[in-house]
Write a protein that binds this ligand. Structure first.
Ligand SMILES: [Zn+2]
Ligand SMILES: [Zn+2]
Length: 314
């Protein structure tokens, strides 16, 4: 391992009680699913990967022969297994994986870029691929944690005007440093009203929801323009009430999106290289693995950008 990053999804287990982890059989599992590093050893009959290759490890294993695996949607395979649960994850010196999961890191990209592609940049790229933003669109990004910030950078590179929404000052400031066009402070402003004011009264046509907050879901639905589209990727909201009248009357398209299919890797890597997307600027804290308690506690506070574990070059 050279870089393994801490993800919002790791925090679900971090926040869970010891009893609930044990009940799910996850109390003895190494966390982490954002691995990037060097191949150090090969099993028999491995042909496509060599020792020394710099690789991103795709973080789902599938059966390898069903229709979902063959179409690249390993996360839809009935036998899918994810790193960090149920199989041992990336917060470790070594990870055991399959040849097909080793994705070659282009020389222009660093290990931090690779760790982002493994999960969060892949998630943002895949969701934005469904929204297809361009230079004529305003894209509202709800939640400016690392995935939201990936959405900001990728949405800008695709040509959209991007407005970021969050409650935390630190996150709004980081988004501004990364070039977001406008920010809305959800703790102080009426989000839907401000988003409409920023778009000539219509509301943004596109939205990318990463916060997992029920309040943000409602603000998003209230603010989208007629015919607007949104992709939801943030888990966590407990409120299951959705105002269908709003969705029908304004002809909204609301969709879920979850990580990215393995075959999208090559397009995303080439896109990051071509647009010089500075994913590394989202990283605010780097730790050695021995300092994991501090790293997780910081990530849990929500006051950091991306938190990563780094291994020295061998
Ligand atoms: Zn992740
Ligand atoms: Zn399968």
């Amino acid at each position: 391992m050279r870089v393994a990053a801490v993800c919002g999804s790791d925090l679900h287990n971090y926040r869970a009680s010891a009893e609930s982890l044990a009940a799910r059989g996850q109390n003895r599992i190494i966390p982490g699913h954002e691995p990037c590093g060097d191949v150090v050893a090969l099993g028999p009959d491995v042909r496509g990967v060599r020792v020394g290759d710099r690789v991103v490890v795709y973080h789902y294993l599938g059966c390898g022969h069903c229709k979902h695996c063959l179409s690249g949607y390993l996360q839809w395979c009935l036998e899918r297994r994810g790193y960090g649960g149920p199989i041992h994850g990336s917060d470790a010196d070594l990870v055991l994986t399959n040849e097909v999961n080793c994705l070659p890191l282009p020389p222009e990209l660093g290990y931090v870029d690779g760790a982002f592609i493994a999960c969060q940049a892949g998630t943002a790229y895949s969701a934005l691929g469904k929204l297809t933003p361009s230079g004529k669109d305003t894209l509202a990004v709800f939640g400016l944690g690392p995935v939201g910030l990936c959405g900001v950078l990728i949405g800008k590179a695709l040509g959209a005007r991007v407005v970021g929404v969050d409650l935390l000052r630190e996150r709004l400031e980081l988004a501004l440093q990364l070039g977001v066009d406008e920010v809305v402070d959800a703790g102080r402003e009426d989000v839907a009203k401000r988003l409409k004011a920023l778009t000539g009264g219509e509301g943004p046509g596109l939205a990318f929801e990463t916060s997992g907050s029920g309040a943000a879901h409602q603000q998003l639905i209230d603010s989208l323009s007629f015919g607007g589209k949104a992709a939801f990727i943030g888990f966590g909201a407990r409120d299951r009430t959705v105002n269908l009248t709003e969705i029908i009357g304004r002809q909204l398209t609301l969709m879920g999106s979850f990580v990215s299919p393995i075959g999208m890797y090559w397009d995303l890597a080439a896109f990051l290289v071509r647009h010089h997307i500075p994913l590394e600027a989202i990283v605010t804290h780097r730790f050695a693995l021995e300092d994991a308690p501090e790293a997780f506690s910081l990530a849990d506070s929500g006051k950091a950008g991306k938190v990563v574990f780094e291994w020295p070059a061998s």
